[in-house]
Design a protein around this ligand. Structure first.
Ligand SMILES: N[C@@H](CCC(=O)N[C@@H](CS)C(=O)NCC(=O)O)C(=O)O
Length: 219
């Protein structure tokens, strides 16, 4: 039996691991959790996606950062490309981990508290939502300021940091980060448009569009 990545189409974190697995022509199989709920729940008690398992070899990984790293190191056959994606110095490696970690924890969480009430996935409370917006803006500004002076997050080419962080920004661009938002954050928008065209992830992004207008809060 092959190695499996568990995903669900509603969740964003499995997207880059699945893109990389496809790009590097791995034999990893994508399994929607709703089609294999019993095995998934038994082997992954927290039931989070992505999760990666090979039940024959005992390979077992959770956490997006770790799964992405594993896929690149295992299936990319070009040592130079591995260095480019994962960093070629300790400082580059550490910076890549910094952006991956900041986005998959802080950015994603703040996006969720801001976006979910606007799309009916969480109750809306005016004060809590204003606070969520303030906190999201503070994290987003870190990316905007950095990208003002850098074409990519780390180094002078695409790294795993760009791919990873782009997938977290997709949550925003898909639901609430409209044209008006882009005027406030032109550097993130420029960078997002460039990275989403990269062959590493373009299969996922090529039919995705920026939301036209941010939904209004419920009355
Ligand atoms: N720390 C984990 C978080 C994984 C995670 O929370 N995934 C979300 C989907 S994006 C999930 O599975 N949520 C299901 C749930 O919370 O019930 C990682 O970085 O991979």
């Amino acid at each position: 039996m092959s190695t499996v990545i568990y995903y669900h189409p509603m969740f964003i974190l499995p997207n880059v691991p699945m893109c990389l697995a496809e790009y590097f022509k791995s034999d990893i199989q994508n399994v929607n959790i709703s089609t294999d709920r019993e095995n998934f729940a038994r082997d992954f008690p927290l039931q989070k996606c992505p999760s990666l398992i090979n039940r024959e070899t005992g390979l077992y990984l959770t956490e997006t950062v770790s799964i992405q790293h594993y896929i690149i190191k295992t299936f990319c056959k070009d040592p130079e490309e591995i260095k480019k994606l994962l960093g070629s110095t300790i400082l580059e490696e550490s910076q890549i981990l910094r952006w991956e970690s900041l986005s998959s924890s802080n950015l994603l969480m703040k996006e969720a508290y801001y976006i979910k009430p606007l799309i009916g996935m969480m109750p809306y409370d005016k004060d809590a939502h204003a606070q969520a917006k303030k906190e999201l803006d503070a994290v987003v500004q870190i990316f905007e300021d950095h990208l003002k002076n850098h074409q990519f997050l780390v180094s002078d080419h695409i790294t795993l940091a760009d791919l990873s962080v782009t997938s977290i920004f997709y949550f925003g661009f898909n639901f609430t980060f409209d044209e008006k938002w882009s005027q406030q954050y032109p550097n993130i928008t420029r960078w997002y448009k460039e990275i989403t065209k990269s062959p590493y992830v373009s299969n996922f992004f090529n039919d995705k569009q920026q939301v036209k207008v941010c939904p209004q809060p419920p009355k």
